[in-house]
Every structure is written in structure tokens, then in C-alpha cells.
Design a protein around this ligand. Sequence first.
Ligand code: DGL
Length: 271
Amino acid sequence: MQRTPTSQSPIGIFDSGVGGLTVLKAMQKLLPSEKLLYFGDTARVPYGPKSQVTIRRYAEDDTRILLRHQPKMIIVACNTVSALALDVVEKTADPLPVLGVLEAGADLAVEVTRNRRIGVIGTQATVCSNAYAYAINKANPDIEVFSTACPLFVPLAEEGMLNHEATRLIAQQYLAPLLAERIDTLVLGCTHYPILRAVIEETAGSGVQIIDSAEAVAQRAASMLGSTGMEASRTEATLPHLMVSDLPQKFSTLYHLFMNASVPDVELVEV
Ligand code: DGL
């Protein structure tokens, strides 16, 4: 039975694995007083190559895990779930507000592009869903969207290969067709990709603006909390509550590497 959330309730964030840490990091920076809950479905990552039916089932399970902790808001820190199963999360969490990374990133890209040629990189499921092109063209039908799936980026991020020669070569291969289209804006349409941002940015070159949907969704969360009077009033920052469905030790190592912070306990939960 869900209690009515208060402003002091936590914000629940989930992803298929470590990718959502990019959202956690952006949230910590923007909203240091908020208590954050994070679930990474490390037993079932990656979601990107799976079918819509499976992704929707996982999305419901992930939401239920967060609901056990009575959050005041849910952030879907996974583009794949945002593209294919946001309605499942909304229905499962109802009446809690739910924010997905996808729309926030799409809207920011529309604001930033000058030549109206936007590149989007994401998982196979996200790219096949066409959800980014839809969201971008809903905001501005004159923009051309060029998308490509970068499935190898997820394991490279999960393995912590942030500044590796292999990552660089793969990035060159993936980005070449988008750069040939003269894009001036590139959306990192998978929350794992900002972990590899340095290499992606270097490959794309200085003429291409990188859009990190993690930062965009954190800004949306802040304005939603502000407009509904639900911001937490804590003065001291608290450590996030981390949960994973497998390999907590590996998650701790990646957390340390990516967040550059000491790692709170990681709870192992069953899905
Ligand atoms: N981080 C995820 C996303 O934003 C998914 C990666 C995966 O599980 O394939 O789409």
C-alpha cells in the first residue's frame, strides 16, 4: 500500500545498468538536498537488443522495486524504456509523476541546433522505435534527424573502457555516417553513452554540440519539484540508496570510476 509522498520522500531513478548513474550524477549536482534511490537491473542488462514485450515487462518490475521505497517521483533513466514503455511506468506508478529522459533530450536538441540537422545515437530498440525523431519533429517538423544504433557502447561503458583505443575506433565507425550528414547536434540517446562522452566528443569534433539527456531530465525534475512545492528541505546532502539485481561488487567499482566518489553500500535485490 502506497503512502502519500511528502517533499521529504526520495526520488526513484532506474536504468538497465550503470547508464542511469549519469542521471544520478546530474540530479546530485542540481538537487543536492534530495534523497535519491537508484536501481540498476544489472542481471538483465542490456535492454537495447531485446523485444518490446520484454522491455515492457522489465519496466514494470523496475518500477515496482522503486515503489517499495515510497518515492515522490520516478525518473526513467533509460532511453530504451522511455522510448518503448513509458506508459507502463506511468500506469504502474500512478498517481506519481514520471519523467523519461527521451523528451527532455529531444527538446534540448531542438533548442540547440542551428542548421536543423540533428544526429541521434541510441540502442537498437530506441533507434528502431523512431521515438527521438518523433519527439524532435513534434517540436519542429523542419528538422532532419539522422539516427544510428551503437550497441557496442553499452558493454564498453559497463566494462569501464572510458578512454580505450577500441572505444575510439568503434566511435569513429559509428559516427562516420552521421558526420557525413553534416549534423551540428548529437543527442546521446542512451544513458550509458555520457560515460563515454570524452571519446564521443573528440570523435564528433568541435563543430558538433553534444546533448546529454541526463542533464536535461535533471533540469526537468528540478522545475517540476519547484512548481509543485515538492523540493526537499534537507540541508545536508545524503548518500544515494543504490540497488542492483546482480553483481553489486562490479557495480561499486564502476560507480567509483564514473562518479569519482566513495561508494555507498549497494543492495542486491531480486527481480
Ligand atoms: N542505458 C540504456 C538506455 O538509455 C539502455 C542500455 C541497454 O540496456 O541496452 O537506453
